[in-house]
Design a protein around this ligand. Structure first.
Ligand code: BTN
Length: 258
């Protein structure tokens, strides 16, 4: 059981997670916060679910997470000023916050994989799914869904990327989810506060942890696959792929080595 009191004691934010909804089971925390009919409108609302019956991953994949062991939650952002900025930065802010929190609390070295996976020892510990709704041509709500593997020690099935959890990587220590979630939300608020003032520092911190930079990679998007050298990430957050002597700017895709 998630202890709300312990979590609340450690939450040190202005607005992220101040409206906190705890749920035993939902289809998907992203779907709930994204649907305007559910009337969750407060900026920074966090919905945590102990189980998702239809947890969703990137590219229509299913996100599997064992009940009550991990952190599967979504953060709702509705501040128009923030949402008018490059959303890639919010994407980076989320994965960077996960990495920083894991490093601080458990001294685990994490890597970030473009666009937003968090890896430990080359295995996936966290996936992030950003979804938005618009009014006219403006985004009016952004939902950042985070699936962080915490205390799960067994993963069965076929995974696109080999999964791991904090418990596995710390060799069996039971992780306090309340402390971790509070730390993550505190960190996330601190990182997004930097977006208007020093977006470059977010990109810099992200790139320092970015795996595969400078390596030969393939990028798969639907049926297309491109091969090249992972040259850099530009200021808008797009991946720059060197193919022979040309640089291609990649917006979406799954990165792998070959
Ligand atoms: C991925 O790596 O494919 C992204 C996975 C995102 C999973 C999280 S769990 C909480 C939130 N609700 C969902 O349905 N998906 C995200």
């Amino acid at each position: 059981m998630f202890n709300l009191e312990n979590f609340d004691l450690r939450l040190d934010t202005e607005f992220i997670g101040r409206n906190f909804i705890y749920s035993v089971e939902v289809e998907s925390t992203n779907s709930v916060l994204l649907d305007k009919a559910n009337k969750f409108n407060i900026d920074g609302t966090v919905l945590l679910a102990e189980k998702q019956s239809k947890g969703r991953g990137r590219k229509e994949r299913i996100w599997y997470s064992a009940k009550e062991q991990n952190l599967t939650f979504s953060i709702l952002l509705t501040n128009k000023k923030l949402l008018s900025k490059n959303l890639n930065l919010l994407n980076f802010a989320a994965s960077l916050s996960v990495a920083l929190s894991i490093e601080k609390l458990y001294q685990l070295k994490s890597e970030l994989k473009w666009p937003n996976d968090v890896l430990i020892n080359s295995k996936k510990i966290c996936g992030i799914l950003l979804e938005s709704t618009s009014q006219g041509n403006k985004i009016d709500r952004l939902v950042i869904g985070i699936g962080l593997n915490v205390n799960q020690s067994l993963f069965q099935g076929n995974f696109n990327a080999e999964p791991t959890s904090i418990k596995i990587e710390t060799e069996g220590i039971n992780i306090n989810r309340e402390i971790l979630l509070a730390e993550l939300l505190n960190t996330f608020e601190g990182v997004i506060e930097k977006i208007p003032v020093s977006p470059d520092s977010i990109l810099k911190d992200w790139k320092e942890r970015c795996s595969l930079m400078g390596e030969k990679i393939s990028i798969t998007d639907n049926n297309s696959i491109k091969y090249g050298i992972f040259e850099d990430i530009d200021n808008d957050g797009y991946l720059l792929l060197r193919i022979k002597d040309k640089i291609e700017r990649i917006h979406f895709g799954d990165v792998s080595t070959f």
